[in-house]
Design a protein around this ligand. Sequence first.
Ligand SMILES: NC(=O)c1ccc[n+]([C@@H]2O[C@H](COP(=O)([O-])OP(=O)(O)OC[C@H]3O[C@@H](n4cnc5c(N)ncnc54)[C@H](O)[C@@H]3O)[C@@H](O)[C@H]2O)c1
Length: 261
Amino acid sequence: MNENRIEARPLEALIDLRGKRALVTGGGKGIGRAIASRFLEAGAAVTIADADPDAASTAAEVGAAFARCDITQPGDLAEALSAAAAGTGTDAIDVLVNNAGIFPTTGSMLDATDEFVARMLEVNVRAQFSAAREAAKRMPNGGCIINMASIAALGGGAHISAYSASKAAVVALTRAFANELGPKGIRVNAIAPGVIDTPGVRAETPALLASGLDIETVIAANPLRTAGHPDHIARVAVFLASELACFVNGHVLVVDGGSRA
Ligand SMILES: NC(=O)c1ccc[n+]([C@@H]2O[C@H](COP(=O)([O-])OP(=O)(O)OC[C@H]3O[C@@H](n4cnc5c(N)ncnc54)[C@H](O)[C@@H]3O)[C@@H](O)[C@H]2O)c1
């Protein structure tokens, strides 16, 4: 049995990430960037892994280390994990935020090609699986994995079928990994964001407009009438990575302003 970590510690100590080494994939912009920033604020040593070389400047701005890494490439992934552990004298890390993902507008499932579906599953599922597996091997003293799912996993949105399937797989992997890795002291949870205003979503604006949807309306389509912001997700990621969430495992935390309430 794992030692009972419940002690009379002050609240600020429970949210303190000092001494933790975190790898945030897709941290160059959007949700990943916000998570990297908040983790740094909480004291973690953060490495941003991103396929886009321009993400190096983001890393420099927020104070993170940078590893150019396409998560679908095993060699890139190994280097990013090593970068996250650099300076410890071991290859151990504490936190993986499995955030990098793609969400090109699918359109009708009748028009989705096999190549399109395969690419979606390759990045959002296969590569996320590999990242979790390789990170877990480097968490000998326990740790935390946060997978980025989506509310698209919980329903079957028309015209985002391949994306919905990929994120539903992320939810299933989160639960399976939580069962398997829990005994090793590794907690695995997922965040299911609603629509969040990020560069990736903005890039889909023309497609949204073409289907008669205004992006400003879409990102605020929730009972709070509040546009989803990357920091809404980052705050929850800090909670999940911290000792505040030490008994939270295998959970899918919906952060959508209540859009699915
Ligand atoms: N924005 C939303 O509304 C929303 C909602 C639900 C879930 N999500 C999920 O959150 C995650 C981040 O979304 P975002 O909106 O911040 O995206 P974004 O497109 O704004 O940023 C994604 C980042 O990931 C990087 N990236 C993409 N493919 C990569 C790869 N193969 N290897 C490494 N890096 C890669 C990109 O270069 C980019 O810097 C994704 O998994 C997405 O599916 C987003």
